[in-house]
Ligand binder design. Structure first.
Ligand code: ADP
Length: 428
């Protein structure tokens, strides 16, 4: 009986120990499961710094260790992916061209800020995934993109969007960079070449104009020389008249060439010699040069300086050229017995030069164009007074170089006023 009691006692004892151990194990397992759930929730919320408690031993410890290592690898892989994505978006954002990548079905895979601006996209909405036909309103551009789909050959094309906008587009296939090497879409590079086209047109117009302007006096010169050569018995009076014409056309050619060279010098030279220039001194040189022409037309040339010591940091010849062109024009386009007045002063921290005449005036529709090269309101009048059509183009370039502005007020048959403003940064 005593033996049975001992056996039962041991059985009970063992059962109690097993029960206690099981309860402890279950409690610990539950705690770990709770921690697992808690940490995995954090991971799914992208909180990759969370880790499981590693104090546990055995299989659970092994599991926790592997889990933590997995999170660490995931964390660094995601950081790398995020960094390369950041690098790519930064590169795309910094590219001054529009970049657009579309998949084989025509859906946008990638678009940079410049392309969004050029295609006038609604920047607030996510654009990736949208079909190009929904996004691009510009028909010519869309046609090129659609027709390029699946093409293996690169394509370059200039597209005139409207009178003020020209785009150059480059289309290239995108090959999947693996062994299959299949085409998965196309990449479109859009470049705004409006300014380049404008400059090219200007250059070719300029070349055509220069050729024409030079050809006219040359044809006249060679014509009169030919006549003189073929008619040896020509009378003295006619011979002298022809020689006068040759001389005047040669002078015209020289003036044209001088102005063309000056214009190209101003346009192409950034590093001109600059110095402290006294505006009054330079003006007086021009006054001395032009006053005798004014006198020959009985034009009263008057001037007023609010401060004769005003100095500007600039190229001396440039300032002289501005005075010369404006005063020379004022005298050229003003009839006899009228006035030309020059006023130089300081207004709102800028030097203001005004050249006012009582001349023929400029029609309103021509005012914006008189600064274009070779533009003349009245070709015959300009020619008669020895104009080249380049004076105001040269003046405008100089003023642009000085960071200033030039404005014109004019009334037909009453007169014109050219107002030049040079900003304070050029003062000394
Ligand atoms: P041009 O050598 O023909 O004078 P400019 O470039 O100096 O060339 O001037 C362009 C045109 O602007 C002139 O042909 C003339 O028609 C007009 N213009 C310039 N200044 C005046 C002025 N003070 N009064 C009237 N017309 C002017």
């Amino acid at each position: 009986m005593e033996q049975l009691t001992t056996i039962i006692f041991f059985i009970v004892l063992v059962s109690v120990i097993v029960a206690i151990l099981s309860i402890r194990y279950t409690v610990r397992l539950r705690r770990y499961l709770e921690e697992f759930i808690y940490v995995s929730k954090k991971i799914s919320n992208k909180e990759f710094q969370s880790r499981l408690n590693l104090s546990v031993q055995g299989e659970l410890g092994e599991l926790a260790k592997n889990f933590n290592e997995m999170i660490e690898i995931m964390d660094s892989t995601i950081s790398e992916v995020e960094y390369s994505h950041l690098q790519m978006t930064s590169i795309l954002k910094s590219i001054s061209h529009g970049i657009l990548a579309i998949d084989i079905d025509g859906n946008i895979m990638l678009i940079n800020e410049e392309a969004k601006r050029m295609l006038k996209c609604d920047c607030d909405k996510p654009i990736e995934g949208t079909n190009a036909s929904i996004l691009i309103n510009e028909e010519k551009l869309l046609k090129e993109i659609v027709s390029f789909k699946g093409s293996k050959k690169n394509k370059r094309k200039e597209i005139r969007i409207n009178d003020d906008l020209v785009y150059k587009i480059s289309l290239d296939p995108i090959y999947l960079q693996n062994i299959n090497n299949i085409i998965i879409g196309s990449i479109i590079n859009i470049q705004d070449i409006t300014e380049k086209v404008r400059l090219e047109n200007m250059r070719s117009d300029f070349v055509a104009n220069v050729s024409h302007e030079l050809k006219t006096p040359l044809t006249s010169i060679s014509g009169f020389i030919e006549t003189l050569k073929l008619n040896e018995n020509i009378d003295q009076y006619t011979r002298n008249r022809f020689l006068d014409i040759i001389e005047s056309e040669s002078n015209r050619l020289k003036r044209l060439i001088d102005d063309i060279l000056l214009l190209s010098f101003i346009e192409n030279k950034d590093n001109v010699l600059v110095d402290s220039v006294c505006i009054y001194e330079v003006f007086m040189e021009v006054y001395d040069m032009t006053s005798y022409i004014a006198k020959s037309k009985n034009i009263k040339l008057t001037y007023e300086f609010s401060d004769k010591s005003i100095r500007v940091f600039s190229n001396r010849d440039y300032i002289k050229q501005v005075f010369l062109n404006l005063i020379d024009n004022a005298i050229k386009y003003t009839p006899e017995n009228k006035d030309v007045h020059i006023n130089v002063g300081i207004k709102q921290n800028s030097i203001v030069i005004s050249v006012k005449d009582e001349g023929v005036g400029i029609p309103e529709e021509d005012i914006d164009r008189i600064f274009e090269r070779f533009y003349r309101v009245d070709k015959a009048r300009s020619r008669d007074v020895g104009g080249t059509g380049l004076g105001l183009a040269i003046t405008k370039h100089i003023i642009k170089y000085l960071g200033g502005s030039i404005n014109v007020k004019s009334e037909l048959e009453k007169g014109s006023e050219f107002i030049v403003t040079i900003p304070q940064k050029n003062f000394l």
